[in-house]
Design a protein around this ligand. Structure first.
Ligand SMILES: [Zn+2]
Length: 258
């Protein structure tokens, strides 16, 4: 049972008990506002915090004492930035995962081929990454997921198993879509905020928050990222960290078996 289902059942029981008290013990009806507010807060927190695993489970981190982390990039492919990242990753002999947006894939087939050739993983990050993706019906979400997997398969010949929700937002519609698609949802446990902050601030955060078993979220959409990744990998290695693939970290397969 998901945390969402448990919370909803508890909420209804508490609400019902309070309604009885208001009805028969004469306490003020205003008391009903408290559980409603708590419930709504939990629904929103569960929606925006993917690592809360509120509506369904996403792989966000692994409990381990081994100094391992996984590096992931969202929102590409980008002809210049993704290419720059691939070169830096190759220089450091590091493998990462790229969660790509479906409607960018046909335009940048060569970049997808390069990601694949260099041994990085390619994941599904919806077709449009629409601003209101979280308000879509589950059928529309499923279509986005399927279309993106089709695009990836057209280029690589492999159908991805890993899906990362756009904006990391989850809800019951997405749960249904992910379950129907049979994909594994992948979140993160350390967000670099590389699209918001400059290099210094991002590096400071990464250095203070890096810990064993974390999945780190970056984006191959901003120019700073190539230099950030170069510095961060040097820092990780000098601090005894190993950068591993999502497949190795969670013992999963990034592509469907044919
Ligand atoms: Zn994204």
């Amino acid at each position: 049972m998901s945390k969402y289902t448990t919370t909803s059942i508890l909420f209804l029981i508490i609400l019902f008990a309070l309604i009885l008290q208001v009805q028969y013990d004469g306490i003020t009806g205003l008391v009903l506002i408290i559980p409603v507010l708590i419930y709504l807060t939990l629904l929103i927190a569960g929606s925006v915090l993917i690592s809360f695993n509120f509506y369904f489970k996403s792989l966000c981190e692994i409990k381990t004492d081994d100094k391992i982390v996984a590096i992931t990039f969202d929102d590409g492919p980008h002809p210049i930035i993704t290419t720059g990242l691939i070169k830096v990753l190759e220089k450091h002999e590091v493998k990462a995962a790229f969660f790509c947006i479906g409607n960018k894939i046909a335009k940048h087939r060569k970049i997808i081929e390069m990601i694949e050739d260099k041994g990085h993983l390619i994941g599904n990050h919806s077709f449009t990454h629409h601003r209101w993706f979280d308000l879509f019906t589950s059928n529309k979400m499923l279509k986005e997921i399927t279309n993106t997997s089709n695009e990836i398969e057209k280029v690589t010949g492999k159908r991805p198993s890993l899906f990362r929700p756009p904006y990391g937002i989850t809800n019951p519609q997405l749960k249904k879509a992910v379950e129907t698609s049979g994909m594994i949802s992948v979140g993160w446990s350390l967000r670099s905020f590389d699209t918001i902050h400059g290099k210094e601030k991002v590096m400071k955060k990464l250095k203070s928050r890096t810990a064993p078993g974390k999945i780190i979220l970056f984006h191959d959409t901003n120019k700073n990222i190539v230099q950030i990744i170069d510095e961060y990998i040097i820092w990780l290695k000098s601090n005894g960290y190993k950068i591993v693939s999502l497949e190795r970290m969670f013992n999963i397969q990034a592509y469907e078996n044919k």
